[in-house]
Write a protein that binds this ligand. Structure first.
Ligand SMILES: Nc1ncnc2c1ncn2[C@@H]1O[C@H](COP(=O)(O)OP(=O)(O)O)[C@@H](O)[C@H]1O
Ligand SMILES: [Mg+2]
Length: 428
């Protein structure tokens, strides 16, 4: 997939996600206003009923007290204390509210605005709120002799009550959105990484095919020349050709080692060939092939191979590459006079191998990252040194396959030491 398509997908997905968020937000808002309206309606209905019952109670009581009212029917309504108590009022209200599903704390009071007087209330602490934010219902509006009075009701937890009803929906939406955003970013990072890897792989393949050609044709030419009867061969000519073949051959083996490294790019490609491998022989072989590079830089390799027995179960090719990689890094990244120390010793049920150099060292914050695929430390002039950033991830993968452990110990401008533990026997 090319860059444009990737960017396109990211943009499209982001826009759809924002759109989705917007729609969600809109739905929740409209759901909450629907809830609010229905809450208001229920309260209105309940209170209309309360007002109706209250007025009827007053009529009955008035009829009881004065069965023949005559002209008195135009008198002001009875005093509340004559037909209802605050607690009766409370149960009347709570009954009507509960029937309509309004199940949250409320405060009520009967208020006469002209006298600024409260009667029949269930608490006197909330008078201000009752007046300012309460719902108001006129009482005895037909009674022309009394000053206007209102039944006020106020729900201190109205918002919370409406929210709890929406809470489940809100929560599910939030969870789903978080999940989508998370998987989205995760997918994108994987896509980007995958793209980087696949780019790098085709680069790698191109380079490789190119680099393979020269040694192969050189070796072919040398063989042809050696086999050709017509070319006179002195001892010197033989030497030359054989030297040539050897050189090209070692180039080929380095190339094949790099191809193996590329296998860490694809998980599951690493398959160990289990056999008994003498780690000391492996180390000595690698030293032989890398000695020239160290000597060119005026460096030395010290060995202190103490492990006994030095044989362990493993894959010889991969273990050789592992040691080669560590020595290669130690040589490559130490700018002058590398002093490399290789040690082995027994520890527990296996061998500990350590490779130490006197190079530039690896900063603490980079020490974990150097094992990542394609990672190269971005600072310093290290990039005069060629590499793909695959060596250490390969080493780590190999150590993992052998059920071993790898540790890094490094100090800036003092040097770096890699310690690798490999068990004698790979558990099944
Ligand atoms: N012995 C070392 N001393 C200093 N830096 C090192 C050493 N070994 C590895 N590094 C750093 O770790 C990075 C990753 O190493 P590696 O995976 O072998 O990749 P490559 O050698 O191809 O760059 C290197 O680019 C280098 O910056
Ligand atoms: Mg390397």
């Amino acid at each position: 997939m090319n860059r444009k398509a990737l960017v396109g997908i990211i943009i499209i997905m982001s826009i759809s996600l924002i759109g989705l968020l917007g729609v969600q937000f809109y739905w929740i808002r409209s759901a909450s206003s629907v809830k609010e309206a229905s809450f208001r309606r229920s309260v209105n209905e309940a209170m209309a009923k309360v007002v109706y019952k209250l007025e009827r109670l007053e009529k009955w009581r008035a009829a009881e007290i004065n069965p023949f009212p005559g002209m008195l029917s135009f008198n002001p309504h009875l005093d509340y204390s004559l037909f209802i108590t605050p607690s009766e009022m409370d149960s009347l209200i709570s009954l009507e509210l509960n029937i309509r599903g309004v199940d949250t704390r409320y405060l009520f009071g009967i208020y006469k605005p002209e006298l600024d007087l409260f009667i029949l209330e269930n608490s006197s602490d909330y008078r201000n709120q009752l007046i300012q934010k309460g719902y108001a219902y006129p009482l005895f509006s037909y009674d022309m002799f009394s000053t206007p009075e209102y039944l006020l009701i106020y729900f201190p937890y109205e918002r919370q009550f409406l929210l709890t009803e929406l809470w489940g929906m809100l929560l599910i939406s939030i969870v789903l959105i978080v999940v989508i955003v998370y998987t989205f970013t995760y997918t994108i990072t994987i896509m980007i990484r995958q793209k980087k890897i696949s780019d790098m792989k085709s680069d790698f393949m191109n380079n490789m095919t190119h680099e393979f050609r020269t040694p192969i044709s050189t070796i072919a030419l040398a063989c042809e020349a050696l086999g050709d009867q017509e070319i006179p061969k002195s001892e010197k000519v033989y030497e030359n050709y054989i030297h040539m073949i050897r050189e090209e051959n070692s180039r080929l083996s380095i190339l094949s080692e790099r191809i193996l490294q590329a296998s860490v790019l694809e998980k599951g490609q690493l398959k160990l060939q289990r056999e008994q491998v003498d780690l000391h022989t492996v180390i000595r072989d690698v030293i032989k092939s890398i000695r020239i590079q160290v000597e060119i830089k005026d460096g030395v390799i010290h060995t202190n191979l103490k492990a006994k027995p030095s044989k362990l179960q493993g894959d010889k090719v991969h273990l050789t590459n592992l040691v080669y990689n560590l020595l290669d890094n130690a040589t490559k990244y130490t700018p002058r006079k590398p002093e490399i120390r290789i040690r082995t010793e027994n520890s527990g049920e296996g061998i500990t191998l350590s490779v130490q150099d006197n190079g530039p060292g690896i900063p603490k914050q980079e020490q974990k990252k150097v094992f990542d695929k394609l990672y190269r430390i971005p600072t310093g002039n290290i990039h005069n040194v060629r590499g793909y950033g695959l060596g250490l991830s390969y080493v780590k993968a190999i150590v993992g396959e052998h059920h071993g452990k790898i540790n890094i110990d490094s100090e800036i401008s003092k040097g770096t030491s890699f310690k690798i533990y490999l068990p004698y026997k790979i558990p099944d």
